[in-house]
Design a protein around this ligand. Structure first.
Ligand SMILES: [Zn+2]
Length: 251
């Protein structure tokens, strides 16, 4: 089964989900999320109670389907299997609180992470920023790693009904309707904050008028577009030799 050929609403087997999470990891690596072996992405399975998440110890850019671990949301959140990221609770607590969320990304991309270490306000400067029409939220709790369920629940609470969260002095968290949208949001949050950083050095900011945001959003971020961008990223990974060790890729 090729990912491109899959229809949007077909139930997915665990191995297909693992493959998708591996591709997502590599896309994120290509777009600013590579940080040693840190950063992770997950997806919710069709049974609603199992999530599939990257394990600890491999870099995003080298993740393969065998690095994806199934985690039962009903298991003891403070005693997750060995080999999982310490911050897996960021994912589990968001999924528990938000039945609508089917994919979560956490990472430390330089521009968005730096942005979250300031009091700067997110500005709607570019089309990338318009994806975040509902605002960017901030978790103002301790800047530690989020390692226990209680802390994870506080982060989930800060996210509320939103989809993009800055963890102060730490990184970012995206929670979306599916894996493709989570990856798109993660890439665009990094890009929007990068462009805001560049714009800030050039002159006073000139944001898009508020009343135009909804119109741009509805045209630019139509439901099917995330899949189109996803397929382009897969082609880019293959062209640039970054699809190694993935099923069906040879070499
Ligand atoms: Zn982190």
């Amino acid at each position: 089964v090729t990912l491109e050929a899959r229809a949007g609403d077909t139930p997915l087997a665990a191995d297909t989900l693992a493959q998708e999470v591996a591709w997502a990891s590599r896309i994120l690596a290509m777009h600013g999320y590579e940080d040693m072996t840190l950063g992770h992405v997950s997806v919710r399975g069709d049974d609603e109670r199992t999530i599939y998440i990257k394990r600890k110890g491999v870099a995003l850019g080298e993740v393969t389907p065998s690095d994806i671990v199934a985690v039962d949301l009903d298991s003891d959140p403070d005693n997750l299997a060995e080999g999982l990221h310490l911050e897996t609770v960021l994912h589990t607590e968001v999924y528990k609180r938000r039945p609508d969320v089917r994919s979560v990304v956490h990472g430390h991309p330089p521009h968005a992470t730096a942005f979250g270490a300031t009091d700067a306000q997110f500005a709607y400067l570019t089309h990338d920023s318009v994806l975040f029409i509902d605002g960017i939220l901030t978790y103002d709790g301790v800047p530690d790693l989020i390692m226990d369920a209680r802390q994870g629940a506080l982060v989930a609470q800060a996210l509320g009904e939103g989809s993009a969260l800055l963890l102060r002095n730490h990184g970012v968290l995206l929670a979306e309707r599916d894996l493709r949208w989570a990856v798109l949001a993660a890439v665009l949050l990094e890009r929007a904050t990068q462009l805001q950083a560049i714009a800030s050095t050039l002159g006073p900011l000139h944001p898009i008028p508020k009343e135009l945001l909804a119109g741009i959003h509805s045209v630019k971020y139509q439901a099917g577009f995330a899949g189109e961008y996803w397929n382009a990223w897969l082609r880019e990974l293959r062209r640039s030799g970054r699809a190694f060790d993935m099923p069906g890729e040879g070499g």
